[in-house]
Design a protein around this ligand. Sequence first.
Ligand code: HEM
Ligand code: HEM
Length: 257
Amino acid sequence: MTIVHKLDLVLSAGLLLALAQGIHGHNDGSPRGGGNSTESSSSSSAAAAPVQTSGPSLTQQLIWAHGLMMGIAFTILFPFGATIMKIFRFRGVVWFHAGWQVLSYVVALAAFGIAFYVVGTFGSLVTSNGHPIIGIIVIGALFLQPLVGFTHHLIWTKRQQPTPFGIGHRWWGRTFIILGVINGGLGLQLAGSDKTWVIVYSVVAGCFYLFWFAAIALSIFRGRKTQQVEQSEGAQPEEGKGAHENISARELPNRYG
Ligand code: HEM
Ligand code: HEM
């Protein structure tokens, strides 16, 4: 096993642990609930507007929209978009990944805008658990991902070699997508969400992230196998190699089989 493989395994395990802890450690069970609340969130200074007794206020509805869109982006869209690079092998898969991730980012950005509207109108960014600040860091950190991924792709199409841009894009993306899903847990805590929503969030996230990590592990395993078979040709293992977008269908059985 090469250093790159070992590093990938250790970092993947570390991220998995962080994810598990993040999801399970953040519900304080506060009783606001997800339905027609009759009081404003006591745990947050951000959404301090009074909530009508007859139904959810506009603030409440906007927070739900924010939570739902961010939840979908970070539990399903981003991890699946990353998994695309690991499970599909067709030519041009990178454009499927690129389009998917950019759309996911647009969803997250819209939810970000909603949060700012709510916070700007009714409260402050400083909360008990740092949810808005971590959210700003995550969304900011992912801003340059498309550019870095594209730069790697351009160099890779010419040289067919791993690049610092590719490795950076991969690990920066993995880190901040996982920080984002953990931050969703903090958002649920801040909103004092019903336990049911915490469970739904954890189960959906658990499924998509396990699928993603399993795909990474499989890719490392396949890379090892490929390396053993193709050592004489100086081939790179899949995980170390980076994108496999330019490999023709004819080559696939050899490289990945
Ligand atoms: C990675 C980015 C983020 C994710 C995944 C995320 C996710 C969530 C989730 C799931 C909720 C719970 C919604 C509910 O149960 O009703 C929530 C609430 C909230 N979020 Fe975010 N969020 C993110 C970023 C942000 C940012 C950047 C801000 C501020 C600018 C923000 C402000 C809020 C506020 C104010 C609440 C409501 C808290 C309350 O009801 O007291 N979030 N967020
Ligand atoms: C916000 C947008 C994006 C995010 C969050 C993102 C995230 C990621 C992540 C997490 C990986 C690693 C997958 C894994 O092995 O676990 C990855 C790989 C990759 N992405 Fe993106 N991506 C984005 C946009 C793009 C764009 C626009 C391109 C442009 C062509 C691109 C090209 C690639 C390539 C070539 C790889 C393989 C890199 C390697 O493993 O060395 N990505 N991306």
